[in-house]
Design a binder for this molecule. Sequence first.
Ligand SMILES: [Zn+2]
Ligand SMILES: [Zn+2]
Length: 301
Amino acid sequence: MNCIFNQHSRPGPVAFSLYLYVPLTPNTKVLMKLKFCSLSSGSNGNCYYLGNEFHGILIDAGISATAIRKFLKNMNISMQTIMGVMITHNHIDHIRGLEVLTRKNYLPAFTTPKIWESILSPQMKISPDCIRYIPLQKKFHLAGFDIEAFPVCHDAPETIGFHICTGDKKITVVTDLGHICQTAAPYIKEANLLVIESNYDEEMLVNGRYPPFLKARIQSDHGHLGNHQTAAFLADNINDNLSNICLAHLSKNNNSPEMVLQTLLETFSEKGIPPNRFPQISILNRDTPTNMLTLIEPDTL
Ligand SMILES: [Zn+2]
Ligand SMILES: [Zn+2]
C-alpha cells in the first residue's frame, strides 16, 4: 500500500510536479515544470527520477533496467531524455540495473572515484564510455540541474547523497545513512523537496526476528535511519522552504507506511508544530506500481 498524506492519488509511480520561475532577463520569466518520481524505494531496489520539460536524470538503478524502462514508458518519459544516472553507493539495491542500463541504453553513470572502485568487478563491468567521475561537494551541471554529491555515514566503502538545484528549487535525496551527520545536515535543511530515509520502526526491529548482529548493524551510526530519528530531525528543522517530504527506503520486515506516518505526525505534534505548517508528506512505496501525485496542478498557477 502506498500511503499519502494530504494528497489525492491514482495508480502509477509516485510523482510530483513543481513549477519553477526561471528568469530570462531581469523582467522576463518562463514557467518550467519540475517532476520527481519514485520508481522503487527500499531494500528491494531504489530508483528515482527527476526531470524538467526537456531532460531528466535517474538517481540509483537498483531495479532491473527492464523495469526502469517500463515504468518510465508508463509515465510517457522517453529513455532518450534521460541524461545520466547518479549512483549513491555500491549496495545491490542501488545498482542492480546499472550494468544493463549502461550497456543497452549507453546511459552515462555518475559517482565518485571511490564508489566506482567499489562497484566495478568482473561481475559488474561497465563500459569506460559510460563511467563519469564526480567530486564530493563540488557542483556539476547536467540536464539543466546543478548537482552536488555529499558524503553520508553508511556501511559501504563510500556513500553519498545528492543535492540538486534548478531555478529556485532545491532537491535533496538521501536514502541510506545511519545518522544525520554534519556533512549531510545542511543539504537536508536547505531542501524544498526532501527524499529521506525512514527505514525501520525501532520497536519492531528490536522485537523482530533479525539476528542480533543484523539488528546492531541496522541501528548503528553506519546503518539506517529509524522512524523516530528521521521524524525528530525533521521536526527540529522544519522550515517554510520545505514544501515536500518523501519518506523512503522503508524496511519490509520492520516498518510499515502507517508506522512511518504515525511517528512523524506524533513527533510534529509533540514538538508543537501546527498542522498548517506541515509540508506535504508522502511515503514512497517499496513495490511498483505505486501512486502518482501532482504537487501543483497547471491550472492552479
Ligand atoms: Zn539501500
Ligand atoms: Zn545501502
